[in-house]
Design a protein. Sequence first.
Length: 297
Amino acid sequence: MTPSRDISRLIEIMAALRTPVTGCPWDLEQNFATIAPYTIEEAYEVADAITRGDFDDLREELGDLLLQVVYHARMAEEQNAFAFGDVVEAITRKMIRRHPHVFADKDGNIAAAGVKSAWERIKAEEKAERAARRPPEETAHKSLLATVKAGQPALTRAMELQRKASTVGFDWNDPRAVLSKIREEADEIEAALDNGNAEELAAETGDLLFALVNLARHVGADPETALRGTNAKFERRFAYIERALSAKGRSLEDATLEEMDALWNDAKGVEQSLSSSRPSGARAGTHTAESRDRARG
């Protein structure tokens, strides 16, 4: 088996990996549910490479994302559901249908001003067609939350579910009420810790995260952006610990938790000192720039 620029080679490789007995034991154990988290992760890594402007990485990450498509298609083919070619045919049909202004004959072109309305009309038609294909029991009740896309990151989807519910008044009136809910959820986690039930702990942790997203929404913060900012802050402060220990000829493995905590507080103090020494306008401008950067990736 040799590398190739032809997609068929990648499909052959995946088929070999999934072949019973001679294939890869790990790949053979996987299913749609176990591979899905990797698919999401690879999409994020594509976005990260774009944010960093690293085209070498982007090429690699796009390949990894393409592998995910081939992987899912191979598993579907094994179940006689569909194959990779069906995936390609479906998306090419959709793109041709949604761009009549590009792919229509010379008498069927539409003006640029009509492109968006045509796109929305065609999407609505496709949505109706998909609904018509579903079993009657799936279309009998149309939930208010049905328009919230399932494929979004969990934090973003939690925010959208809450926003949608709030349109009919199902919402907290005061951020402090959400804080009370957060404390309630924390107490329930503490009770679950006493019980030692792993499933209960996972469920209660999810409830706490959902309540925290609700708080973010009520105070006007985007939870994904806020968490990205905290991730970056954690990385900066942890790097400070590593540098400080290295300057003393020490390693992380040699340090005690108390030493690392002290250095963490030093890093926090340095950041706070630098922040307070900047003019207020500069601080505001920096925050705005950081917010834009985080929103991009």
